[in-house]
Design a protein. Sequence first.
Lengths: 250, 180
Amino acid sequence: MNKVEAKLVLSNYTLGEAPVEDPRFDAALKIAEADPELTAWWNRAKENDAVIQGRLRSFEPPSDLRAALGASMENASKKRNFRRTFTRYLALAASLVVVTGIYFQFIVDRSDEYTGPLVDRAFNYSFDEPRLKYFNKDTTKITDWLGDQNFDLPPQLPPRFLAQEGIGCRPLNWSDSKVAIICVDAEVVYHLFVAKGEEFEEVNLSDTFEYEKRKAGWTVSKWESQGHVFVLTAKASQERMESMLAEYSP
Amino acid sequence: MPIGFQELIDLYYQNLYRYALSISGSRENAWDLTQETFLIWARKGSTIRSDKATKSWLYTTLYREFLKLSKRNSRVVALEDQSMCYESLSDEEDPLPHFEAEGVMNLLMELKLEYRKVVTLYYLESYSFKEISKILDIPIGTVMSRLARGKDVLRRKLRNENEPNNIIAYKNLERASGDE
């Protein structure tokens, strides 16, 4: 760094405190300390800049600016508070709509809207996405929960079905008869409906699996076992459903 | 606790107005820029805590509003002084003649805008070139160059001196300073 460059650096430090740990300033200061002429120049520059600063800071803004700023800021603040309050109420209302939607979507049992023979009713209910009451990935806990709800499940359920990841279940009351729906996730959702055979005597099921193809690629399987009637529905081919029921004999 | 509106205004409005006048060159625009800056603060309800950060925020906001105003008025200012050259500094032999505040402000407004933006922040707030660099969002080396040059031109104007014509290259030092 030469004297001209040192002068340039020092000219940036004529007001306020000297910088800390600034190598350029330190280098320029070192040159100035060895050069009385440069030091004198810097001192005069500091004095002159202090004078300019004082003059500039004494320049008077318009006398009515302060009051105008205060009034406009208060006004803006009130508007902001109004918007904030309005937004909060809007968010609350939106939350209520969402909660209500969830309630009607998942909590309210609308299964009574489905009528007709058990198999049709089970299929239509599955097709429209059933509303479940208890959710768990563990199918053992799902069946235990149904037991706690005084639902009499048969001792044997399809083992491959139980080996899938559970979704949940719900006890239904169809035509004053108890029906349990258990859902599992096996890439597609499988819905197993179980009811006591004596309560659905009009359903003539055999102890072998019967398969029906339904709309939109759905398959329904039905059978009777251990005094219970079973309906299994899924948007899956018959082959896949047969695979789900493998290792299980009614 | 964030400070109240009136306290905020009392602390900063005078220098903000002075800065706005310096860069806009118009009392009407200076009023509008100052007002808009405080309104933005009020609308956003800033939670900035420290006085230093608050002041810096206000200057940054005012400068941004000035840029918007310039754009709206199709007065986009071309960047100048990019040649990395620097003229020799005045000798500071004599003390400055007496000037009233109005006179200093008028001479300041005669500087090129690129100098005014930097020089006014320096004089009003004693900001370092690093702080000025952050507020104006320009490289530190550019701030150093414009500050030294702008201050020198202002002093010459105050002394009614002619501007120098001997140019000294400032390239190497400028590069060494980096942009940080």
